[in-house]
Design a protein around this ligand. Structure first.
Ligand code: ATP
Length: 244
């Protein structure tokens, strides 16, 4: 359903170009959960931003369900069916939680519907539904609200960038449950960027991004042991995962 072909992205630093993503190709199948992992600074979040149209690739193609969306902007990609939850969600002063959820859903959501969504991500709904989405919300609250906005309507493809970051153990279990339900329904495809072994263990396939390149992609049961066998950087990376 998603085909990514030879995607490259660079930034200009002090007059010279620096490659952040180099020739990335992969696909995501219908109803599949692909987990993207790899060392810090490898390019995972940048890849997610390029897929969502927040950053523009220098070259390459993105095809969604047979439609070339390479030149689509962020709104057009959302319209085409891609949902995205940022690693660090933006705050919107003056916007209330229920308004934000209705905006994300593309239709008015009643207070009861907002409460039900918030409960799915472990937020005590009554306390939050009329709160402002400003810096009075904690990092973990913002993160869960952001995830609720993606869950607010069905997408063809949902991209979650480190959904586990800053989330407490209890809410994390609820999130895992949400991902399991999406996976079971097979209606939506999922890309999860994660360092969490529990999330990787749910994946149909795992892709490792290192130094802006695809260092490996395959079935979870093939890729995780393979990561261990590879060079010292991969070994130490996996060791850190085991320690989490
Ligand atoms: N706009 C930019 N300008 C300069 N450098 C950038 C820009 N965007 C990303 N980078 C650099 O590109 C590299 C990849 O960053 P990215 O956030 O994609 O990594 P990541 O794999 O998601 O890391 P983490 O696991 O720490 O979240 C980093 O070295 C980052 O500093």
């Amino acid at each position: 359903m998603l085909k990514v072909k030879n995607l490259s992205f660079s930034v200009s630093e002090k007059g010279t170009d620096r490659n952040i993503l180099s020739d990335i190709s992969f696909d995501v199948r219908s109803g599949e959960m692909l987990v993207i992992t790899g060392p810090n600074g490898g390019g995972k979040s940048t890849l997610a931003k390029v897929l969502m149209g927040i950053e523009k690739a220098d070259s390459g193609k993105v095809i969604l369900d047979g439609t070339d969306i390479t030149n689509y902007d962020i709104d057009e990609r959302a319209e085409a069916g891609i949902g995205f939850a940022f690693q660090q969600p933006p705050r919107f002063k003056g916007m209330t939680v229920d308004k934000l959820i209705s905006l994300a859903a593309g239709e008015h959501k009643s207070e009861a519907e907002c409460c039900s969504l918030l409960s799915r991500v472990g937020l005590c709904a009554q306390e939050y539904v009329k709160r402002e989405v400003d810096n009075t919300l904690s990092g973990g609250e913002m993160k869960r609200l952001e995830i609720a906005t993606v869950l607010a309507k069905p997408h063809k493809l949902c991209i979650f960038d480190e959904p586990e970051a800053g989330i407490d153990l209890w809410s994390f279990s609820m999130l895992i449950q949400q991902f399991e339900e999406i996976k079971k329904d097979k209606e939506q495809s999922l890309i999860l960027i994660s360092h969490q072994e529990r999330i990787m263990q749910m994946a149909d396939r795992v892709m490792v991004i290192e130094d802006g390149k695809v260092a490996g992609i395959g079935k979870r049961e093939d890729i995780l042991p393979q990561l261990m066998k590879q060079g010292p950087s991969c070994c130490s990376y996996l060791k850190r995962l085991e320690d989490m």
